[in-house]
Design a binder for this molecule. Structure first.
Ligand code: SKM
Length: 263
């Protein structure tokens, strides 16, 4: 697990629990602090014992220039979070987007007409990929309308109809089939007054502290709620399979994650 900062990451808990559950006693997973301009040299120094790397901020974009092979979805999103060392090459994938789809599916959400995406940064791109899988059009609520412009080519390549909404109209997001909030912790309070319809599936990519103001409003309204912890687990299951070639022992990994959060 590489990133900066990386100390907060729960990925070691998830992956190490998976290795333990499958008896992979010679496998281990650690968090290592690596900055953007250090990724290339870090990767060049890896020995044959390395199977792969999870990447978090700020490495997901620069990873494209380090990889020798990039999946089409990763290229469209311009971000990868999974580097697999394979046959002397570096294969870059993105498990955030299919992880979001899987987390929504676990909540019973496999199709939707409209998805409201709050925020227009990197995670909003993964939300657009989820919109594509759900067959939904996307309405994006961003404080800075200019940020939505960067999403337009991504949406076009994913065949997702997209509309930029005014931040002042955020209350309208309550009417969507799915709301995905991608705003950072510092802005989470701005969603406190949203009153989601009980049929709306509410997905907040944050998890600490939980519930977020949006999740609390959604739980109070009786909505199905998907958390950042659900996403963290779902994207890790996919990474685990890419690294080891084995199906992730989901229950053991999730139990370890929940125990770590509760501790
Ligand atoms: O994409 C994921 C990454 O694989 C792991 C992670 C973490 O450990 O906090 C967060 C996301 O960026």
């Amino acid at each position: 697990m590489l990133g900066r900062p990386v100390g907060h990451s729960l990925s070691p808990v998830l992956h190490n629990a998976g290795y333990a559950a499958l008896g992979l006693s010679d496998w281990s997973y650690a968090a290592i602090d690596v900055g953007e301009d250090e990724l290339e040299s870090f990767v060049a120094g890896l020995g044959p014992e390395w199977a792969g790397l999870s990447l978090t901020m700020p490495l997901k974009e620069v990873a494209l220039s380090v990889a020798t092979e990039v999946t089409p979805l990763t290229r469209v999103l311009g971000a990868g979070n999974t580097l697999v060392l394979r046959g002397g090459g570096l294969f870059l994938d993105n498990t955030d987007a299919p992880g979001a789809v899987a987390a929504l599916a676990d909540a019973g959400c496999t199709s939707a007409a409209e998805i409201a995406i709050v925020g227009a940064g990197g995670t909003a791109r993964a939300a657009l990929a989820a919109a594509s899988s759900l067959g939904a059009r996307a309405t994006v609520y961003a404080r800075r309308p200019a940020a939505v412009v960067d999403l337009l080519p991504v949406a076009a390549q994913l065949d997702v109809p997209i509309v930029a909404a005014h931040w002042e109209d955020l209350a309208d997001a309550a009417r969507a089939d799915v709301i995905v909030s991608t705003v950072p912790k510092s802005a989470a309070g701005s969603l406190a007054d949203l009153k989601p319809h009980p049929d709306t599936v509410v997905f907040d990519v944050l998890y600490d502290p939980w519930p977020t103001p949006l999740a609390a409003a959604a739980l109070a309204a009786g909505c199905r709620v998907v958390s950042g912890l659900d996403l963290l687990a779902a994207q890790a299951y996919l990474q685990f399979a890419l690294f080891t070639g084995l199906a992730a022992p989901k229950a053991a990994m999730r139990a370890a994650l929940d125990a770590a959060v509760a501790a």
